[in-house]
Ligand binder design. Structure first.
Ligand code: SAM
Length: 235
């Protein structure tokens, strides 16, 4: 996809990328396709689709929070780096931490970091609920896309968010239903829905929903529980 066309799409979310950022996105795209032939990273491989369904979608967070004002962001279950790597490229000011439990994907992310010379980027090979046990109230913003149902995701991630910071869940379908099923988790974790935003991906008009939670108080020490308990008895 041409830079000008991508920038036209991005103007909807108040972003304009530079030549350097476009080149970095292209290098990232090429690495994604190369590595994807060896390990499973994404089922979306056609260039225009990657730019819209992965890159634009990752940046759509700027619609619900001004990323220029964020200092620290942690992306839980980042996989091949969505949304974390894309945000790092376009908002290099943010200190970003990527967390994923799958070692093969972590190796890919380390290669991307090296090839693109990305600084202030920490890559953590861990389950989120294990990482969150000792890394509490650390990040201005925590994001997660396509990792777990909202009630589970909240427990996995919420301890990482600073007081008065935000957790942003990126959902493609059934956001309302997921919110309804998360009322207990929201209460137990002292979370509050700050806002929600419906997005249409450009050109293909597929709907997405961003759900932004604010953290009102420190997360009780016993959350997150071990994954066995979380999955057996979700909040
Ligand atoms: N966020 C990426 C995206 O939107 O393309 C990846 C989505 S992929 C379907 C889910 C990712 O979450 C996988 O890479 C998996 O290893 C990771 N994951 C699942 N549960 C996790 C957990 N409890 N802690 C850390 N990573 C987790």
């Amino acid at each position: 996809m041409e830079k000008n066309i991508f920038n036209e799409y991005l103007s909807d979310i108040n972003i304009e990328i530079t030549d350097k950022q476009y080149e970095q996105l292209m290098t990232y795209y090429n690495l994604l396709i190369n590595w994807n032939s060896k390990i499973n990273l994404t089922s979306i491989t056609e260039k225009e689709s990657v730019f819209i369904k992965h890159f634009y979608d990752s940046l759509s967070i700027n619609k619900i929070i001004d990323l220029n004002k964020v200092e620290t962001l942690c992306d839980i279950g980042t996989g091949a780096g969505f949304p974390g790597i894309v945000i790092k490229i376009v908002f290099p000011n943010i200190h970003i931490t990527l967390v994923d439990s799958l070692t093969k994907r972590i190796k890919f992310l380390e290669d991307v970091k090296e090839q693109l010379n990305l600084e202030n980027l920490d890559i953590i090979n861990s389950r989120a609920e294990v990482y969150a046990k000792d890394t509490r109230e650390k990040y201005d913003v925590v994001t997660s896309r396509a990792v777990a149902k909202l009630n589970v995701l909240l427990e996995l991630s919420f301890a990482l968010v600073k007081e008065n910071g935000y957790f942003i869940a990126m959902k493609s379908t059934n956001a309302e239903e997921e919110i309804k099923n998360s009322l207990n988790a929201i209460k137990k974790l002292d979370a509050k829905i700050d806002s929600t935003k419906n997005i249409l991906l450009p050109k293909i008009n597929e709907p997405r929903t961003l759900i932004k939670f604010i953290k009102l108080k420190k997360t009780p020490k016993h959350y997150p529980r071990e994954f066995k308990q979380i999955s057996k008895n979700p909040l």
